[in-house]
Design a protein around this ligand. Structure first.
Ligand SMILES: [Zn+2]
Length: 392
């Protein structure tokens, strides 16, 4: 990169947000869109070009005279690393700053090996992936990480994660940040799946609820285009909401009658196994349904109705326009969504359901890693971070 004398130019970070859509614009276009003086725009564009975030993008058509130059966001300028850590798998992707995947890898990995072993592996795999993408470690400007448990958003530390022994309060941003020399953001897997699915498949939807039905049940809430995490980062924890009529069912959290004790993929597998089927995990349920097993299909549909009873309350509270169902149980065809629709449409007010879509996820296994990348990009390209880059 060419080193240019860097001058702090307030307002460049805000101007850059307009250019994030990738559309080339002239200085005159930007002046018209912002109402700012051409000279102000010119100074800010110069600063953004010097930073590398914006590049000349050819000439606009002209009605006479010399055609004006256009400028656009250059997403290939730097890269981020998205990391999706599950209970027994890991998936990593190096993307450019528009979430375009440059290199990706998936590998079996046991989260129970603890933070030091797992994060050492992430560093090694991340550096290899950067190399595969043809990029230098110095070009990495952010890392996004999804973990399979509750994460305190402010610190990025896991908080009493039930399936992650040794991880409670682990300094994941500190441990990874020192090795990658880049800021590290951490969130729970459901939030990053919601972010990934929203950005990749539903970018124009403002209010979306993403529900993961896997070993547990959780939701990610997109409200007015933004991920809502709540005060501590625990928003969307649907799995432990009490399901009416299930008061006698014990849950792993210690309570009785939680939704996930009745309707998670694991609960359905356990239920079918008790009735004689060979279903150890949710994936076995999906396989049975696909093979045409009627009782498995009925069990999945009933899980859908139970989830629908809790989602009807969410629809009343949040009024989403789209509910996206993901996680392993969503792979069992239409049965799960059919059960959810049955109850949500019956139990919610017509105004809330008039245009409500309830659909299965489109991004599949890629959702989490795309969301982790998007979380890192949002941080790197925020107005404050752009200003800091210009002023550094
Ligand atoms: Zn519970």
């Amino acid at each position: 990169m060419v080193e240019v004398a860097k001058v702090r130019t307030p307002g460049s970070g805000a101007l850059f947000q307009l250019l994030r859509d990738g559309r080339p614009r002239t200085r005159a276009d930007l002046a018209a869109e912002t109402g700012q003086a051409r000279s102000t725009i010119a100074g800010r564009i110069d600063a953004l070009i010097a930073s590398g975030l914006v590049a000349p993008a050819g000439e606009a058509s002209s009605t006479g005279g010399r055609p004006p130059t256009t400028f656009a966001f250059d997403p290939a300028f730097r890269v981020v690393l998205g990391v999706d850590l599950g209970a027994t798998h890991a998936r990593l992707a190096v993307t450019d700053l528009s979430s375009r995947v440059l290199a990706t890898l998936g590998a079996p990995l046991s989260i129970a090996d603890g933070p030091h072993a797992v994060l050492d592996w992430v560093v090694e795999a991340g550096l290899k992936l950067l190399h595969d993408a043809g990029r230098e470690p110095a070009e990495l400007v952010g890392v996004g990480v999804g973990l399979p448990g509750p994460v305190e958003h402010r610190t990025g530390h896991p908080n009493n994660p039930p399936i992650m022994p040794g991880w409670d309060d682990a300094d994941v941003p500190g441990l990874l940040g020192s090795r990658f020399s880049a800021p590290v953001l951490v969130d729970n897997d459901v939030n990053i799946m919601a972010l990934g699915e929203h950005r990749a498949a539903w970018p124009d939807v403002r209010d979306l609820l993403f529900v993961k039905v896997g070993t547990g049940i959780g939701a990610g809430i997109i409200a007015d285009g933004l991920l809502m995490r709540g005060a501590q980062g625990a928003a969307g924890d649907l799995g432990h909401v009490a399901l009416p009529g299930a008061e006698d069912v014990p849950c792993r959290c210690g309570n009785l009658g939680c939704l996930e004790a009745v309707a998670s993929a694991q609960a359905v597998a356990d239920h079918l196994r008790a009735a004689g089927a060979r279903t150890r995990h949710g994936a076995d349920v999906v396989e049975l349904v696909r093979a045409g097993d009627v009782s498995a299909a009925q069990a999945v549909r009933q899980a859908g109705r139970d989830i629908g009873a809790v989602l009807a309350a969410c629809v009343s509270l949040l009024n989403p326009s789209t509910i996206v169902i993901g996680g392993v149980l969503a792979e069992a065809g239409e049965h799960l969504v059919a059960g959810i629709r049955e109850v949500v449409y019956r139990r919610s007010l017509p105004l809330a359901t008039q245009y409500l879509r309830i659909v299965t996820a489109r991004t599949g296994a890629e959702a989490a890693v795309l969301g982790a990348s998007a979380m890192a990009i949002d941080d790197v390209l925020s107005p404050a971070a752009v200003e800091a880059r210009l002023g550094a």
